[in-house]
Write a protein that binds this ligand. Structure first.
Ligand code: SF4
Length: 375
């Protein structure tokens, strides 16, 4: 674990030492060197590939339910010591990565730590990354609990395939992020701009008092703003959160089938809460999707996939061109019947594929150039 001495310098494992900057919150600056990688299908709620963009490690919101609690390395530094790592060269790194690709997944900003936490006001890395995606027409998904700057929304109007998910914990257990009503107002504005915006109720845990009343209130607030898409994400518990969530009500949780020290909401509870949500939101004309559990999505979801619109794979002939969507790619490998991309690792075991690296996409890009894929 890193040692932070009087918040003036941070000594990291491996021997590197970094000055700690104080404004707007304690942080260190580093250069990202590792190849970009995909969002692990084990973690992601929709079985489709994504290129993960995480310019900041650690999050000042520090929500108590965050699944990053207990993660090692820089994540621990961010969560426990509240010291954020800033990768100042991230957009340059993305640009260099994309130059090599002729086949690329949509990008996601940022699945692990919030891209619009206050540190972004100082460094503007989210703006730089969105700009890179817009310049090459790479589909982009944003997930946040904060407000998104107008500059970004203006850029996204030029990106035909994009989605904004604004997360809300309906039970109000979040850290210091804008109040959920403010976020809903903000989503109303995004919707009026014509961008695809989804209210992401996440994480849902069982055992809360009055879930009917809380979800009904949320549905009323959402309907008032004429938003029509909600997705529900159930909480995932790692060993650091076990005593807070699982120990008081072990009957409401079950062990993750594939991961040690990880618990999921028990299947019966997931079904009960999904049914409850479906009834409440449908009665107000709001569509719902269920993240991560295909059987629940099939039973209670309003679309074939958790989202109304999907983000497809992209391809292009040369690095000077913009990406174009792969024709007939439904953007969800689980429901893909044609497998037009020809990439077996995606459609053969969409939930179980290993985390895809930039090098995988480089190899598939080479195969595409050789006429072995997508021709
Ligand atoms: S073509 Fe099918 S398998 Fe390939 S990325 Fe698209 S949805 Fe997934």
């Amino acid at each position: 674990m890193a040692k932070v001495e009087k918040l003036t310098r941070a000594e990291l494992p491996g021997g590197s030492s970094h000055p700690v900057h104080q404004q707007p919150c304690p942080h260190i600056c580093r250069e990202i060197e590792r190849p970009l990688q995909g969002w692990s299908p084990v973690h992601q709620p929709e079985p489709a590939p994504r290129l993960e963009l995480t310019p900041y490690i650690g999050c000042v919101a520090g929500c108590g339910f965050c699944f990053l609690n207990g993660y090692p390395g820089l994540y621990r530094l961010g969560q426990e010591d509240k010291l954020i790592t800033v990768y100042k060269n991230y957009s340059h790194h993305l640009k260099k990565t994309l130059e090599k690709l002729r086949v690329a997944p949509p990008a996601i900003l940022s699945p692990y730590t919030d891209p619009f936490q206050p540190i972004n006001d100082r460094y503007g890395l989210a703006e730089e990354l969105v700009k890179e995606c817009v310049l090459v027409n790479l589909p982009l998904e944003i997930i946040t609990r904060y407000h998104i700057p107008d500059e970004i929304l203006a850029m996204m109007e030029y990106l035909p395939a994009s989605r904004v998910q604004v997360s809300i914990d309906p039970f109000e257990r979040e850290g210091p992020v804008p109040h959920y009503r403010e976020r809903l107002d903000f989503m109303e504005r995004i919707d009026q701009l014509g961008l695809d915006v989804v209210v992401r109720l996440d994480p849902i845990f069982p055992g809360e008092e009055n879930p009917e009343g809380v979800l009904a209130n949320m549905a009323t607030e959402i309907a008032l703003r004429e938003l029509d898409q909600v997705v529900i994400g159930f909480g995932r518990i790692n060993s650091n959160l076990h005593s807070r969530f699982v120990e008081p009500a072990p009957e409401l949780y079950e062990k993750h089938p594939d991961r040690d020290n990880c618990w999921l909401v028990a299947s019966g509870e997931r079904r009960r809460l999904s049914k409850l949500a479906k009834g409440i939101f449908s009665s107000r004309g709001i569509n719902i999707g269920i993240l991560g559990f295909s059987s629940l999505q099939e039973e209670f979801g309003d679309f074939k996939t958790p989202f109304k619109n999907t983000l497809p794979l992209s391809e292009r002939e040369s690095s000077g061109e913009k990406f174009q969507p792969v024709e007939r790619c439904p953007g969800n490998c689980r429901v893909c019947s044609e497998s037009v991309c020809g990439i077996g690792r995606l459609f053969e075991s969409p939930y179980r594929a290993e985390r895809l690296k930039a090098s995988d996409w480089e190899r598939w890009s080479e195969q595409r150039l050789q006429g072995e894929l997508l021709n």
